[in-house]
Design a protein around this ligand. Structure first.
Ligand SMILES: *[C@@H]1O[C@H](CO)[C@@H](O)[C@H](O)[C@H]1NC(C)=O
Length: 266
C-alpha cells in the first residue's frame, strides 16, 4: 500500500512536471479554460472558438488550431481562442465541462460560442477536416467578423469582393481601380502599401483581359503562381508569391454572410 502511494506520488509529480514543461499545453494565442473561469471568460468576448481535447493535445489538428489562433490573434479582436483539456482518468480534470457540453470521448471537439447565450453554440462539423483553412472558413461562415489572410488589408478586401461581382461593367471596374488607388495613396503602413500594390496589379490585369470571367482569371493565376513556387526562387520572392495567393482569395463576390461582414464596424 505504501509502495503504491509512493508510486502514485511519483506519477503525479511526473504529471506535474509534464504540465509545466509540455510545450503544447500552453499554446501561443490560446487561453486555457476550466470550470471556474469558463463562463467568466467566454462572456467577455463576442466569439470564442473552443477546442475540447485531451489534456495534452498534439498533432496536426492541434497545430492547425493553434496556428489559426496565432495568425488571427492580432487581427481579430473579438474572437478568443481557447482550449479545454479533458482528462477521462485520474483527477478527471474538466470532465465536468465535458459533460456540460456533451463532449463525446472522441477528441478534438470544436465549438463556436457567442456571448449572447453560452448554450447556443455552433458545432464544428465532426467530419470537417481540422486545418487552418477549414477553421477560417468555419469562422467566416458563422460570424460577422472580418477574417483576413496574412498580408490582406480589410478595406482592400472589400474593394476586391466588389470588384469580383460578375455583373460589373467595364467603367465600374475602372472606378473600383481608382478607389483602390486612392486607398493605396492614403495608406500609412509600408507593408499595407505593398499589399495594395498587389491588389492593384491584379485588378488592372483583370480589367484588361475583360473577356475572361474573374474567377477563371484567378484560377489560372493561382496555378501560375503555384507553379512558380515549385521552382528555385529566393525566400523573398517566395514570400511575395504567398502574399499574392492570399490576396487572390479576396477576389470573391460577397455572399450573404459577407454582406453582414461588410457592414460590421470592426
Ligand atoms: C459581448 O462582448 C462584447 C465585445 O467584447 C461586449 O461589448 C459585450 O458587453 C458582451 N456582451 C455581454 C452580454 O457580456
Amino acid at each position: 500500500m505504501v509502495k503504491f502511494t509512493v508510486q502514485l506520488l511519483h506519477l503525479s509529480s511526473l504529471l506535474l512536471l509534464a504540465y509545466y514543461c509540455a510545450p503544447t499545453r500552453a499554446a501561443n494565442g490560446c487561453v486555457e479554460l476550466d470550470r471556474l473561469n469558463f463562463d467568466r471568460i467566454v462572456q467577455r468576448f463576442r466569439y470564442t472558438l473552443v477546442k475540447f481535447d485531451v489534456a495534452f493535445p498534439f498533432g496536426a489538428q492541434h497545430e492547425a488550431f493553434t496556428g489559426f489562433a496565432q495568425e488571427a490573434a492580432e487581427s481579430i479582436g473579438d474572437l478568443l481562442f481557447a482550449l479545454v483539456g479533458i482528462k477521462d482518468y485520474g483527477d478527471k480534470e474538466n470532465s465536468d465541462l465535458g459533460k456540460r457540453f456533451k463532449i463525446p470521448e472522441k477528441y478534438p471537439v470544436i465549438k463556436l460560442f457567442n456571448n449572447q447565450s453560452l448554450e447556443s453554440y455552433i458545432d464544428y462539423p465532426e467530419d470537417n477536416p481540422v486545418t487552418i483553412a477549414d477553421l477560417r472558413k468555419f469562422v467566416r461562415e458563422n460570424t460577422d467578423l472580418y477574417i483576413g489572410l496574412a498580408g490582406c488589408v480589410m478595406e482592400a478586401d472589400e474593394l476586391a469582393a466588389r470588384f469580383a461581382d460578375p455583373a460589373n461593367s467595364k467603367p465600374h471596374l475602372e472606378s473600383l481601380i481608382d478607389e483602390t488607388q486612392t486607398l493605396h495613396d492614403s495608406i500609412q503602413s509600408e507593408t499595407d502599401r505593398i499589399s495594395l500594390q498587389i491588389y492593384l496589379t491584379l485588378m488592372k490585369k483583370m480589367a484588361s483581359s475583360s473577356n475572361k470571367p474573374i474567377h477563371e482569371f484567378i484560377t489560372a493565376e493561382k496555378q501560375r503562381v503555384q507553379g512558380l513556387l515549385k521552382g528555385k526562387i529566393s525566400d523573398k520572392k517566395k514570400a511575395d508569391l504567398y502574399l499574392r495567393l492570399n490576396i487572390m482569395e479576396s477576389f470573391k463576390p460577397l455572399s450573404n454572410t459577407d454582406n453582414v461582414r461588410k457592414n460590421d464596424e470592426l
